[in-house]
Design a protein around this ligand. Structure first.
Ligand SMILES: N[C@@H](CCC(=O)N[C@@H](CS)C(=O)NCC(=O)O)C(=O)O
Length: 205
């Protein structure tokens, strides 16, 4: 059985969501980030980078949440979480990479310079510029989403899971999102698989 290593309200939420969309059977292991469990040898043996999520499937260890969500999409084709035609897949990857490398990265950099890095490594100006960069990318995403339900093609995909997760994070840290982004985020957040994923993460120990 697949094993997901995660912690509530982190990037493991998107993998749990993808697994629930796929009706996959999986075990969930909570890696206590607050307690520094991700830096201990037992977890470093799974992911030497000391980051969650990790997914282990039959001895195959994976990291990087967007890649894992795509793996889940490929492994469970019946869930239709990734297009099967070349053009559809190109669009899927284009937007998935946009979300990870043009949108999320700025939120992550801002969070690090706001509060996560050791105090002597934080630069307030970097945090400010990163929020500005995030807003620029969010505006591009918003224009793309006008009149659309999904980020790639005309069906829900794992790229939406990753994108909505990033918007959840932005919303949580009170970054202003326009109505197009809020509507997209709220509508897709009503999917029952997301509620199941959140419950699973909350109840795991
Ligand atoms: N690019 C990675 C980032 C993983 C990541 O930074 N995870 C955070 C939780 S959301 C983490 O493990 N942080 C612990 C640390 O950096 O010490 C992914 O998308 O999976």
């Amino acid at each position: 059985m697949m094993k997901l290593y995660g912690y509530p309200q982190t990037r493991s939420a998107r993998v749990a969501w993808a697994l629930e969309e796929a009706s996959a059977e999986y075990e969930y292991t909570r890696v206590n980030l607050q307690g520094g469990e991700h830096r201990k040898p037992a977890f470093l043996a799974i992911n030497p980078f000391g980051k969650i999520p990790s997914l282990v499937d039959n001895g195959h260890v994976m990291s990087e949440s967007a890649a894992i969500c795509t793996y889940v999409a490929e492994k469970f084709p019946v869930a239709k979480l990734i297009p099967t035609d070349a053009k559809g897949r190109a669009e899927y990857f284009q937007w998935l990479f946009f979300v990870v490398s043009e949108l999320e990265v700025h939120l992550w950099t801002a969070a690090k310079h706001d509060r996560l890095l050791p105090e002597d490594k934080r630069i307030a100006a970097v945090a400010n510029t990163s929020y500005w960069e995030f807003e620029k990318a969010a505006a591009v995403l918003s224009t793309h989403l006008k009149g659309r339900q999904y980020i790639a093609g005309d069906q829900f995909s794992a790229a939406d899971i990753v994108c909505v997760s990033v918007l959840h994070w932005a919303h949580h840290v009170k970054v202003a999102l326009d109505m197009t982004l809020l509507n997209y985020m709220h509508t897709l957040s009503e999917r029952p698989a997301l509620a199941r994923a959140r419950k699973r993460e909350a109840e795991a120990n």
